[in-house]
Design a protein around this ligand. Structure first.
Ligand code: PA5
Length: 437
């Protein structure tokens, strides 16, 4: 089995000695994580225990088998933020962004409450229902009361009731035990999957939040969990010179202290754009904090950005290479594409002879190498990750490494990477406005 290839030196522009010192400072937190693993879901590091939960996996697999008996033609995933970004990241990495244009199960994500885009999706879902399709709805909300998800669920449920006599069988709720949504699910007879209380939304992709819809779509969820476990064991050995989680945390902390407050994830695979958005939320909500755990005001946080290669070379790279020295870059590429694609030796020979009769993969690789050379010449620091292929095992690893990178950086900054008090502020204000208080 190939490993994720993580290369950071010399392009990170930080001395190995300095990185090692910061890695060593992470030993106590790795120790805390190890001891947390022995306590299951009891600690703030609960998400690290999720991939070991065999009974949760069995429950999810049973429910997937049960719901597959309904022969779903459409899966509607209602959820926002941590409740859908991980699923979508995984889904698109494996099935591409045009997944709904393939034969088989169609998947619609309902998150924000924009009227027109919601309406467009509802039309498609209703069309399916009218044509005797089987629609399965998975509503995911940890709190159970997020306005957007509650609104989407209300609309979908009415639609489902109109066309599906045994509509209750077509709804799966994923939420915290005893939330308002949990109670509604039990009252109305919907299947209900529990999110362990201390597993926060953005750390929940390996819980029923991600596993149920992914398994239903056809992702090998056991492989994704095994990938997560392999990455976790590796990432816990903080001192290793090839540990992407501890090294990334060290590099980001060192570069942040030097004024590089932006972290750009430059994905050389459009299928990974949603992964980039998942990581953006993970970094922004976990690390953007007003105070340390002791209450000292720090107003700290990396600004995560997402760029797509090679598309954004034609829109952003002028700024990246010539603008302020305030950005650290992580390139992520995929070694083996799902398919092969050759550039015909005809028109290309006239327009760009160097690439004629080569493959798209060779061209993309050359562009990536050329970009990294340009970064090197402009003295812009970067690291590079290469995933052997976009399958459940490697994407599982990637996401687990990234979650631990963020936990490690949170501990270096002495902040709580698991809460999001300022997200609650907008929620409270909106509730107040809607209630005309
Ligand atoms: O990661 C988080 O905690 C947030 O992004 C939440 O997932 C998001 O606000 C949605 O909340 P809920 O799952 O309670 O509907």
């Amino acid at each position: 089995v190939k490993k994720l290839n993580f290369v950071y030196t010399p392009h990170c522009l930080i001395e190995q000695k300095e990185i090692k010192q910061v890695q060593a400072a992470l030993a106590p937190v790795a120790e805390q994580m190890r001891s947390a693993l022995l306590q299951g879901y009891a600690t703030d590091y609960a998400s690290l225990s999720v991939p070991d939960d065999a009974s949760m996996l069995a429950t999810v697999q049973e429910l997937i088998a049960d719901k597959k008996r309904l022969n779903p033609t459409v899966l509607v995933i209602i959820g926002i933020g941590g409740s859908n970004l991980g699923t979508r990241a995984f889904h698109e990495a494996l099935y591409g962004t045009l997944h709904n244009e393939r034969p088989g199960l169609k998947v619609y994500y309902l998150d924000t409450v924009d009227t027109d885009s919601t309406h467009d999706k509802l039309e498609r879902i209703e069309h399916e229902l009218r044509n005797n399709g089987s629609v399965l709805v998975n509503v995911v909300s940890k709190s159970g009361t997020t306005l957007e998800s509650a609104a989407q669920f209300s609309v979908i449920l009415e639609l489902l009731k109109r066309y599906t006599p045994a509509y209750q069988e077509h709804v799966v709720v994923t939420t915290d035990r005893d939330s308002a949504l949990w109670r509604l699910a039990h009252e109305q007879g919907f299947a209900c999957l529990e999110i362990p209380r201390k597993v926060g939304g953005r750390y929940s992709v390996f819980s029923p939040v991600g596993l149920f819809p992914l398994g239903l779509i056809g992702v090998d969820i056991e492989a994704c969990i095994q990938g997560a476990r392999a990455a976790r064991e590796h990432a816990l050995q903080v001192h290793l010179p090839d540990n992407p989680a501890s090294i990334m945390a060290a590099l980001l902390a060192i570069q942040y202290a030097a004024g590089l407050t932006i972290h750009d994830t430059f994905l050389f695979s459009p299928d990974l754009e949603s992964f980039g958005k998942w990581y953006r939320q993970l970094v922004a909500e976990s690390l953007g904090k007003a105070t340390t755990t002791q209450g000292q005001v720090v107003n700290i946080g990396l600004t995560p950005t997402v760029s797509i290669g090679s598309t954004d070379l034609h829109s952003m790279v002028q700024l990246y290479l010539a603008g302020p020295h305030n950005r650290f870059t992580t390139f992520i590429a995929v070694e083996n594409a799902r398919r092969q694609l050759q550039i015909p030796d005809t028109t290309a020979r006239t327009l760009a002879p160097a690439m004629a009769a080569q493959s798209f993969a060779t061209l993309m690789h050359a562009i990536l190498q050329g970009t990294q050379k340009a970064y090197e010449r402009a003295q812009r620091p970067f690291v590079s990750w290469v995933i052997p292929e976009k399958n459940a095992w490697y994407i599982g690893q990637l996401m687990q490494y990234k979650m631990m990178e963020v936990m490690y950086l949170g501990s270096l900054w002495n902040i709580n990477p698991f809460d999001q008090p300022h997200v609650e502020l907008y929620k409270q204000e909106t509730q107040r406005l809607l209630a005309h208080e």
